[in-house]
Design a protein around this ligand. Structure first.
Ligand code: BGC
Length: 800
């Protein structure tokens, strides 16, 4: 690739980067001869022979029909088309549909495709199955807080089974965008801020959905989204542009997508944002060079909703031009908007687009249809719509319990630590707009989850406490200026739950809540933010506090002097500074899903010991955002090199805020337990390793870090043991800390376990000035502990 062509594809931040990146691009292109085949099914010669045989029979119109996708059910974006879908399918002009759910609806269209079209190519139905399908599990950000990839795999498994039974063999999940700015509402769908944790979760989601075999009757194809770097939207405003150097793109943002592709992801969804001036939906550098040539992706790329047509708004051409650019860049299917369906064929006939480009897109789509076994089994049997088996509910409860993060549990004078509540707790006041709100328990993107199945905190706590539970809603989730949200209609077409809306007189209900708290021995406040409008897609916020009058409610209840437990139910890190300073116990419970109340009660009462750890930093003030632990160093660090440590007020000319600490209020990886854990100093099995050995190691280990972890408390508990490194002498500056290993370790009271972390090329590598992944002679500082603030240190040196 020449410098000139690179400039066109990926506008760099500096001229230096242009030349450098092109070296990489050239070398990667040559390595395409040994292209990896991450999904063996899609690369299989037999499958591809079937694809070729079918492709030969197709007319240009039939081919272009395979590139079109419409939503015939509810809308998950603006400007939904309202077309005669039966006709389009019958004419072979519609290869895929989204948001059509259930055996009856999907079979209806499938019968038309299989009985009325010339070539009988089945329709591929896709849907957002994000944290369960009918059975709603916790939101993905919460699942990341479990630091348990097996939990993600399990959630994906249930989602796959239920979706496939509902006629949906293709899910728009996992969302693996790195999210370092909680102003961005879509952080709820992500695994948070870290590429290592995000990659582990990405692999698990793919495995759970696809099971390494798309043809299984309960497997679904994934769509890894949103490619690429969508989470880095400037200022956290959804759909906004992204500007970033190639090394950061590759080392941080691309890692989880790469992990998902290497795990065999069958499809990828392109994102709405531009990357350094080139829209991701028309970006040959990411869609072709990286995704296909470097990573060997053999599946297809679907655009996000209307994104091909929206390229016009990015000012890169008129309709036909942007359709051509998207197709040639590597987008194969046009989700809603149908520019491909209307303008590609003419351009082929006019000689502007080689028919081979269309053929290639069709090939990729047909591969996935064949691999899913749709030609053999196009229909779905009508089964039970919601299989509310105790087993599924139990799974949802267990996963939720792993996701909760105990942020704080300070002793209260005369009482000790309030959590866990003893079973004999006298009177408990449950207060807040999240306390008895079924819909809010499910969280954003619970598209097919039914709120009526959700267990609220009020239900679960009254099961335990009977009339010892007092309840007051306290206030609405919204108030005053938010009144336009009275019309709150979620973008999935539902209406906001009544309890989300402003209540007529918050001052009065807050006063009632104060009286309720006074009548009890302890108060549990269930507060958060509404899912509709305030979270998820298009849910960007510039204020990260509780919505409406909830903070006032909290202050009023704390003012009673009663011990308060705050349960936060939200899909993003909220600004909890006042609460952290005044409330003794805080449990982050996210959006816990269908078994919300039971799971929260299990943890509050100590039947389950909390073990979650934060997958994203919690700010002291929104002005710190984007705030993440793996910052690059500065020449004037506020406190040693770790500027995420408490700052040193009073020093001038340092990289710090004058009116707030640099550090997170609750750091990445943070989370308490009802027991305590101690760590020995980590050891390495070798102090030095030759660089060539590391370079050759790939995913193998060259050095092992060992540590003993002991449960020093009196109850059993699970600790997420975390390993961080710092490359202290790379040719390009490296983050002050990077997560490179973690393990969930369950320990009985008094028990010790030895934990080992293997480190090799995959953990020690970084992207140099040429954006090439490499390892150089250097020393790595290593920390092992229970959060990104770990202080227990070792080191290993990589020598010539
Ligand atoms: C979202 C995607 C989603 C798609 C289909 C878009 O608005 O950005 O995440 O998969 O709609 O519902």
């Amino acid at each position: 690739m020449t410098t000139e062509c690179f400039r066109k594809l990926y506008r760099p931040l500096s001229i230096g980067l242009v030349a450098a990146s092109c070296i990489l691009a050239g070398s990667a292109a040559s390595s395409a001869q040994t292209k990896p085949t991450p999904n063996r099914q899609l690369a299989s010669p037999e499958l591809n022979a079937r694809v070729e045989a079918l492709l030969k029979k197709m007319t240009l119109e039939e081919k272009v029909g395979q590139l079109a996708q419409f939503a015939a059910g509810y809308a998950t974006g603006p400007g939904a088309s309202n077309l005669r879908y039966d006709d389009l399918v019958a004419k072979g002009q519609l290869g895929s549909m989204l948001n059509v759910v259930g055996a009856e609806a999907t079979n209806h269209y499938q019968h038309i495709a299989m009985e009325k079209t010339r070539l009988r190519i089945p329709i591929l139905f896709g849907q957002d199955v994000i944290h369960g399908h009918r059975t709603t599990f916790p939101i993905p950000l919460a699942i990341a807080a479990s630091w348990d990839p097996e939990a993600a795999e399990l959630v994906a498994r249930y989602g796959a089974k239920e979706a496939r039974a509902d006629g949906i063999p293709w899910v728009f999940s996992p969302m693996v965008d790195i999210a370092r700015d909680p102003r961005w509402g879509r952080i709820i769908e992500s695994a948070g801020e870290d590429p290592y944790l995000g990659s582990a979760m990405a692999r698990a989601w793919v495995k759970g959905y696809q099971q390494d075999d798309l043809s299984k009757p309960d497997s679904v194809a994934v769509s890894v989204k949103h490619f690429a770097a969508y989470g880095a939207a400037i200022a956290g405003r959804d759909y906004n542009a992204v500007e970033m150097g190639e090394a950061t793109l590759r080392q941080v943002y691309l890692k989880p997508y790469q992990a998902a592709v290497e795990a065999g992801a069958a499809t990828v969804m392109s994102s709405f944002n531009s990357i350094n001036g080139v829209p991701a939906t028309a970006n040959p550098f990411t869609l072709t060079q990286i995704l296909r040539k470097e990573w060997g992706f053999d599946g297809f790329v679907v655009s996000d909703w209307g994104a091909v047509s929206e390229l016009k708004n990015h000012s890169i051409g008129d309709g036909p031009t942007v359709a051509r650019k998207a197709l040639e860049a590597g987008v194969d299917m046009d989700m809603e908007g149908n520019l491909f369906g209307t303008v590609i064929a003419d351009q082929v006939r006019a000689g502007k687009i080689p028919e081979g480009v269309v053929d290639e897109a069709v090939r990729r789509i047909l591969r996935v249809k064949f691999a899913l076994g749709l030609f053999e089994h196009p229909y779905v049997e009508q089964g039970p719509v919601y299989d509310a088996t105790p087993e599924r509910r139990a799974a949802a409860r267990k996963v939720a319990e792993e996701t909760f993060v105990l942020l704080k549990n300070d002793p209260v004078e005369g009482v000790g630590t309030i959590l866990p509540l003893t079973k004999k707790a006298a009177k408990v006041a449950l207060i807040g707009p999240m306390a008895d709100n079924q819909k809010e328990m499910l969280g954003a993107w619970a598209v097919t989850g039914d709120p009526k199945f959700a267990i609220t905190l009020k239900t679960a706590l009254s099961e335990r406490l009977g009339d010892r539970l007092l309840y007051a809603p306290g206030c609405g989730l919204l108030a005053g200026e938010d009144a336009n949200v009275l019309k709150a209609v979620s973008f999935t077409g539902g209406t906001a739950s009544a309890a989300s809306l402003p209540v007529p007189d918050d001052a009065k209900t807050i006063e009632e809540a104060v009286l309720t708290a006074k009548a009890a021995d302890v108060a549990i406040l269930a507060l958060g933010e509404p899912t509709d409008w305030f979270e998820g897609e298009a849910g960007s916020r510039v204020h990260l506090g509780f919505t409406g009058n909830q903070e006032k409610l909290l202050e009023a209840v704390v003012g009673t002097g009663k011990p308060v437990i705050l349960v936060v139910l939200a899909g993003r890190p909220l600004e909890l500074k006042w609460a952290a300073g005044h409330v003794p116990a805080i449990l982050e419970a996210w959006s816990p899903g269908v078994e919300a109340g039971h799971a929260v009660a299990d943890v509050l009462f100590g039947d389950v010991n909390p073990s979650g750890k934060l997958p994203a930093s919690f700010p002291r003030a929104v002005g710190q955002e984007p705030l993440y632990y793996a910052q690059l160093p500065t020449g004037r660090p506020a406190h040693g090199d770790l500027s995420h440590m408490p700052h040193n007020a009073g020093e001038k000319f340092m990289s710090r805020y004058v009116d707030e600490e640099n550090s997170a209020l609750f750091a990445f990886g943070w989370g308490l337990s009802y027991t305590r854990f101690s760590y020995t100093k980590p050891t390495v099995n070798r102090a030095e390793v030759p660089v060539r050995e590391v370079l050759a190691s790939g995913s193998k280990s060259v050095v092992t870090v060992g540590v003993d972890v002991t449960n020093t408390g009196s109850v059993a508990g699970t600790e997420v043991v975390q390993l961080y490194i710092r490359n202290t002498a790379a040719s390009v500056e490296q983050p002050v800390r990077e997560l490179k290993g973690f393990a969930r370790v369950t320990l009985a009271a008094g028990e010790t376990k030895h934990v080992e972390f293997p480190l090799g090329f995959n953990e020690l590598s970084f992207y140099n000035a040429e954006s090439k992944e490499t390892v150089e002679p250097t020393t790595y500082d290593i920390w092992v502990g229970g959060s990104s603030l770990a202080t227990s240190e070792a080191s290993v040196t990589v020598v010539e």
